[in-house]
Ligand binder design. Sequence first.
Ligand code: MN
Length: 424
Amino acid sequence: MIAANNPSLKSWIETPANTDFPIQNIPFGIVKIGRGQPRMATIIGDTVIDLSALSELGYLDNLSLDKSVFYLSVINDFMALGKETTRAVRDRISTIFQQDNAELRDHADHKAQILYPIDDVQNLMPVEVGDYTDFYSSREHATNIGTMFRDPANALMPNWLHLPVGYHGRASSIVVSGTPIHRPKGQQMPKGADMPVYGPCKLLDFELEMAFVVGKSSKLGASVSTEEAEDYIFGLCLFNDWSARDIQKWEYVPLGPFLGKSFASSMSPWIVTLDALDHFRISGPVQDDPVVLPYLQYKGDKRYNIKLEVLLQIEGSAPHSISNSNYKYMYWNMCQQLAHHTVNGCNLSVGDLYGSGTISGTTPDSYGSMLELCWQGTKPIPMPDGEERKFLQDGDTLILRGFGEKDGLRIGFGEVSGKVLPAL
Ligand code: MN
């Protein structure tokens, strides 16, 4: 077992009950403290740990690292050090903050330079995303969409059970939690019309997703097997793949999503390592009808039991829970997605981000988009104060939360939130 994952560890940093960030998590992110430069950080409970200060004051000296990596404005170079090194850093941080370790605990002057309350810190984009790919890997979601737009009897396209369907998304518009999103504009073809119209999107939606970040590059022409894939996956975050359904519907034939997706996607700020999620592995769905090709077959537990919640906040009201799903509703796992992505020789780069695709559960209260929750606008969601929603309106804030919980240990992601502003 990875030392930092030990469920019995306790920290001398006080943590609130049900925190997403116990000492067993130790995610990585980028923060700005006051007027200082961006730097790498981690978090225990509600306390942010400045890793540049921790390293500068000598606490990571035994790892013989280049300290400059903690002063960069993204974690790409840190991830690129490789899992042996990043795992050693996570284990060392775990050791420093364990209850009975006095080296920093009893050093008030150093603590003042290293520790900050979360409220005094601004989270920045943790990763420079080079390429972004989005999959379509939840069978329940793909079945819902196929039922709505095509044929309930043949909801899945003929390729769906043979390969993880995906498309290349847009990296430049990926933003960190808290960044407001302007309603996109574009072409739409209104029902019954024979000419398209241009204007602000009317059917603005979210997509409940998780995303993983690649921490190791591969060579052009080479393929990564399902067995090797985990070595390339550094960690995960929550991901809201904002979608303009009316723009998407008119533009997507025959090449797939384009401007209906590329205007924005939001990610949670702390990258939780794949290592930290080890406790929450579960077995995958049986894939024998049809049997998948050998390059997509895999051994071991590659799915993760991570509870996901969607909250919608209307301006002036409290956040209101509208869906509860789970990352386990994935037919294709991350290792299969990477194996498929590279089977043609396409190379991976450090900082690449891979969206899971919308994660919908089996029941109508577990769907991962407004499109499904309101079933194409036919079943509005009742909201507090007598309001209702079919799609997102200006002023609405959409929040995703997620955590795994097992045997009293909870490892979470915090949240990703974004407010919808009027079209510019
Ligand atoms: Mn998506």
